[in-house]
Design a protein around this ligand. Structure first.
Ligand code: AMP
Length: 221
């Protein structure tokens, strides 16, 4: 099963993709994570992408399409994947359609996670992740059970905050979302794959909504 999680920054795509990895045995493919890794490792592409990401703008389509094409060709993607943060433009959506067509594969569902803008700002401003395993936390919504220790992997004092998670950059990121990515809602509505969940509910409730929705999608196959 191949899925897309669609929604603005802070909607909870990464959190829900991680939950789906466990419950559905799919792998999470986050283009943001892949680009951040390339920047950290210091590849030429990563270096160019870093400046764009820090400014909250979109990395060029051909770069991101190339990364995704390479990643979904890997053996662990054979059983299906959850795209988190891709596609973000119509051109990327068309490229993805071609990639899937070439594999004789298709999208099972595009899940739009709906969240109010004010809430996005609150979520982004307080979020951080474990630098070891990537588990997500929030200053108010989800703190580690033991201070400074990751609930998931036990790593100590290794939490990271993203450089682009600040109020100013979020404005640019939201602008990019509404201008470039929101048109995908219509695109996937037209091909019948679009589903919606209320992303304002708490994390576990959103996970249950997505689970129920995917059960229905599977039952219709
Ligand atoms: P994310 O982790 O999904 O919030 O992405 C962080 C940043 O990576 C974005 O603000 C963009 O600069 C870049 N990025 C991630 N995915 C894409 C994409 N599909 N197309 C263009 N830029 C992307």
């Amino acid at each position: 099963m191949n899925l897309i999680l669609l929604g603005p920054p802070g909607a909870g795509k990464g959190t829900q993709a991680r939950a789906l990895e466990t419950t559905r045995g799919l792998i999470q493919l986050s283009t943001g994570d892949m680009l951040r890794k390339a920047a950290e490792v210091g590849t030429a592409m990563g270096g160019r992408a870093k400046a764009i990401m820090d400014a909250g703008k979109l990395v060029p389509d051909e770069v991101v399409n190339g990364i995704v094409a390479e990643r979904i060709a890997m053996p662990d993607a054979e059983n299906g994947f959850i795209l988190d943060g891709y596609p973000r433009t119509l051109e990327q959506a068309v490229a993805l359609g071609r990639m899937l067509g070439a594999r004789k594969s298709a999208l099972a569902a595009v899940i739009e996670i709906e969240v109010d803008d004010d809430e996005l700002v609150r979520r982004i401003a307080g979020r951080y992740t474990c630098g070891t395993c990537g588990e997500g936390y929030h200053d108010v919504r989800k703190q580690p059970k033991v201070a400074d220790v990751c609930d998931n992997c036990g790593a100590r004092r290794n939490f990271k905050r993203r450089k682009d998670d600040n109020a100013e950059t979020l404005k640019t990121r939201l602008f990019a979302y509404y201008k470039e990515t929101a048109p995908l809602i219509g695109y996937y509505f037209r091909d019948g794959t679009l589903r919606r969940v209320d992303g304002m509910a708490d994390i576990a409730e959103v996970t249950r909504s997505i689970d129920r929705l995917l059960d229905r999608v599977e039952a219709c196959k």
